[in-house]
Design a protein around this ligand. Sequence first.
Ligand SMILES: NC(=O)c1ccc[n+]([C@@H]2O[C@H](COP(=O)([O-])OP(=O)(O)OC[C@H]3O[C@@H](n4cnc5c(N)ncnc54)[C@H](O)[C@@H]3O)[C@@H](O)[C@H]2O)c1
Length: 345
Amino acid sequence: MSKVPGWILKYKEGIEKGETKVEDVLEMENRLREKPIKISTVTRAINAMGCSFAGLRVEEEKKIRVGVVGCGAIGSEICRAIDTDEVDGRELDLGMELEVLIDNHPERIERLRKSLRSKPDITKSDSTELAGALEEVDLVIECASQAAVREFIMPALKRGKDVMIMSVGALLCDPDLLEEVERISRDKRCKVYIPSGAVAGIDGLKSGAVGGIHSVALTTRKPPRGFEGNAYVQERGIDLSSIQNEQTLFAGSAKEAVKHFPENINVAASLSIAGIGPEATKVKIVADPAAKENVHEIEVEGEFGNLFVRVENVPSVTNPKTSYLAALSAIATLKRISHPIRVGT
Ligand SMILES: NC(=O)c1ccc[n+]([C@@H]2O[C@H](COP(=O)([O-])OP(=O)(O)OC[C@H]3O[C@@H](n4cnc5c(N)ncnc54)[C@H](O)[C@@H]3O)[C@@H](O)[C@H]2O)c1
């Protein structure tokens, strides 16, 4: 149960007696405030007081029913955002409800489910008898792994469900999959959402691609310890602990880069799909003792001019390999889906 905001308490008695309706609270409260609140804020505050809606004139809006595959770092952030309809007190107004949770570690589903206000009834640890669960949702969000894209997203698309894909690297590693996803989503008239993830600048890249792009280059910098255990680095006998100045570990195409630096796969895939494809997109991987976190720089040249974006990513609290921005970009995409005004390309 979320915290009861102080401002709703003055309406409590009237609400409990059934004399004050949701719309009345909205009207009275907005007369007092400089910045108006929305009806969803009022209903949430009434819920938090533990008051029932019986007798209130609230119209039940049709919510988008969501299934989430992957209850890890990104999945947990997404579920909490849908559940509370806010991130750190910032209102989202998503109008969504969680119906299905899937993870091949049942204990992760349970841990997440316990932390949620709404407890989705349908949970699954594999894709057997998936059809029943898919009937209950309008949107399936994959935030699990590349394998999960084939396992859960393809059946969802075949049933005409909208989907969101976070493990976008799957579409780069298996070009047939990208074609298949496109064909089925066209046939079934459903939408495939691929959030920008851990990078920025996809909007400019997409706009630029319409008029013609000459080059796309991604440079990823990490502290040398971020490459520990990487087979490509080990095979080349690079001693990470002795790197004093920045050192380029790899320069080549996105297609080549993802073979040797799979942790870069999602960023390379998003840029390739939005721009000029994995062969033409250039990637440079740099071990930089001055870098504190993962830094991505994107340079695009095209008929429109030039674009340069640098993102210094803060890691997710629960999975240091994942940038917090990736989870936020998924939540921002949910806002885009549910809001009438969609800013940005
Ligand atoms: N698009 C981007 O820029 C971007 C950025 C970061 C992460 N990602 C990708 O998003 C995905 C999730 O990231 P995360 O940090 O939340 O990972 P995580 O490891 O914290 O969580 C993933 C969860 O999915 C579950 N899972 C994995 N494969 C599964 C399967 N086949 N069936 C059912 N459950 C499965 C795991 O048990 C785990 O609980 C990863 O594939 C990651 O590469 C994308």
